[in-house]
Design a protein around this ligand. Structure first.
Ligand code: NAD
Length: 483
């Protein structure tokens, strides 16, 4: 394989929360993968900054353990691991105090690209931004990366945007939504905007509906107390599913450039209609055998928080009038599978009789597992027996198509490298996040005021029965949740 990896410019990346779960599980393994591929220049440095009492050696040991635990395959080359770990430094820092800031300042080189990853609780974002600024650690081109959740409603998101804006300009703020870093999500834009085939059909005249499913098999587990204040709408729909919807629904941007793309996504969010109560189904998984239900896991016996939600969403513009988007996400479902299904309309005239009506073309975009795209095409079943129809997939599974191109970066890897390159295309802009909350807030307020109780569903199912009814009553049905 010919490597097409282009090394980025020298950088100092400071990871606040560098000892935390996200840093150990995703950020550092991701950086190691980019290092292994040769994308990291000699001079690049990674500085962990957190509350734990560690020195460089202790931090390197901790991260060495994390790499072994979370990417054992990648750790076969011990020399490579050591070379990577030698790039790591550590500073004990108090985000809300004075400890560690002088040392951090002495480590961050003003002439390198400065990036600061806020992998800490959002309540610390403001304090970190302020201290970076007051201690004059961040240079004029510095970037900050902030993790989800970005607020829990419009008011808190606005406040957070305002706090960050006191110290950093919008072009320096990278709000991460790791769904946007997935290879398939970007491929969706390539398929839509680099081919003449799809765009003429990409509208209400030819598309019957769109289904977006993000299904998990895990429960809330140890995050129960946090999750109970959030729920599936805040945790998944307002950000991840909304971003996927935007990429399907947006108009072609005039160029593939961060503000052009984000302007178009923003227009979609602003065109979302309010959702009526009948178009929402919320659920909570029930205990089963020796498996705890949501209420036990969250530790809140009276919890009204949803661990599942399905909703029908309308994008009210010319392109999408009468083509609904059905969104669905939940925990403890039958399989771990994220996919977008663009379901085309039936042929205008069925020359093969009713048989052809059962075979709509479906463009299926799989985000996990096995990223890839499949276009279902109807053909004649081979052999004798008259004109029988069958669906065959035109399959673009990356694992097969890109054989030999193993260096497909995972979402975090790609996004971190985009930060270093200064490319904000795959990051949410402040106004996008606020517009998303503006749409989300009244929906949540509606069911909160009424104290609606989520519908029970079985662990390992596809969610509450009512979610199926949401589609069924309109002559549609959800695609099965399959890995
Ligand atoms: P964590 O609790 O595992 O780690 C928190 C980190 O923050 C630790 O390194 C800790 O030392 C540091 N810290 C806490 N208080 C500090 C202070 N006063 N000064 C300096 N450092 C301090 O958290 P996490 O799971 O790694 O999550 C980090 C952020 O990422 C959160 O905003 C979370 O919502 C977000 N996030 C996490 C995940 C995940 O899978 N863990 C996924 C998406 C988003």
């Amino acid at each position: 394989m010919v490597s097409r990896v282009i090394p980025v410019a020298p950088f100092d990346l400071v990871i606040f929360g560098g000892t935390g779960d996200l840093a150990r599980r995703k950020i550092l393994p991701g950086l190691f993968a980019r290092f292994s591929s040769g994308q990291m220049p000699e001079e690049a440095r990674i500085i962990g900054a957190a509350r734990s009492d560690l020195d460089d050696a202790g931090y390197r040991k901790m991260i060495g353990g994390a790499l072994k635990e979370f990417t054992p395959e990648a750790c076969k080359d011990a020399e490579l691991v050591t070379a990577f770990l030698n790039r790591l430094h550590y500073v004990k820092v108090d985000a809300t105090g004075t400890e560690g800031w002088d040392k951090l300042k002495s480590l961050v080189r003003p002439d390198a690209i400065n990036a600061f990853y806020f992998s800490v609780a959002p309540s610390l974002f403001g304090a970190l931004a302020e201290r970076l600024h007051l201690n004059e650690i961040a240079n004029a081109h510095a970037r900050i990366v902030v993790e989800k959740p970005f607020g829990r409603d419009l008011e808190s998101a606005r406040a957070l945007n305002a706090t960050l804006a006191e110290h950093f300009a919008e072009h320096q703020i990278y709000r991460i939504d790791h769904y946007l870093g997935k290879e398939t999500v970007q491929n969706l834009m390539a398929v839509r905007f680099a081919n003449v085939l799809f765009e003429p059909l990409w509208n209400a005249q030819y598309i019957d509906h769109v289904q977006i499913t993000v299904a998990e098999t895990v429960g809330v587990g140890g995050r129960g107390a946090y999750y109970d204040k959030s729920g599936a709408m805040r945790d998944m729909v307002q950000n991840h599913l909304m971003q996927l919807l935007c990429l399907i629904a947006m108009e072609p941007p005039s160029q593939f450039e961060s503000d052009s793309v984000r302007d178009e996504k923003l227009k979609v969010i602003r065109a979302l209609q309010p959702v009526s109560d009948e178009e929402i189904v919320r659920g909570q998984y029930q205990p089963s055998g020796n498996q705890a239900g949501y209420v036990e896991e969250s530790g809140n016996p009276d919890s009204l928080t949803e661990s599942f939600i399905a909703l029908k969403v309308h994008v009210s513009n010319w392109r999408w009038a009468d083509t609904p988007f059905y969104l669905r996400t939940g925990k403890m479902l039958k399989a771990r599978a994220s996919e977008i299904a663009v379901v085309f309309k039936e042929t205008p005239h069925a020359i093969f009789g009713q048989k052809s009506a059962d075979h709509p073309n479906i463009l299926r975009i799989r985000l996990q597992p096995n990223e890839g795209m499949t276009l279902g095409v109807t053909i004649k079943e081979p052999g004798p027996g008259g004109m029988r129809l069958m669906d065959v997939p035109l399959d673009m599974a990356f694992a097969d198509t890109l054989k030999g191109e193993e260096d497909v970066p995972d979402a975090y890897e790609r996004l971190i490298m985009d930060v270093i390159r200064g490319d904000q295309t795959l990051f949410m802009r402040g106004d996008e996040v606020e517009a998303a909350w503006k749409w989300t807030d009244p929906i949540i307020e509606g069911w909160t005021k009424r104290a609606d109780r989520p519908k029970p569903y079985d662990i390992g199912s596809t969610g509450p029965e009512d979610a199926a009814v949401l589609m069924y009553r309109e002559g549609r049905r959800w695609r099965d949740i399959q890995p």
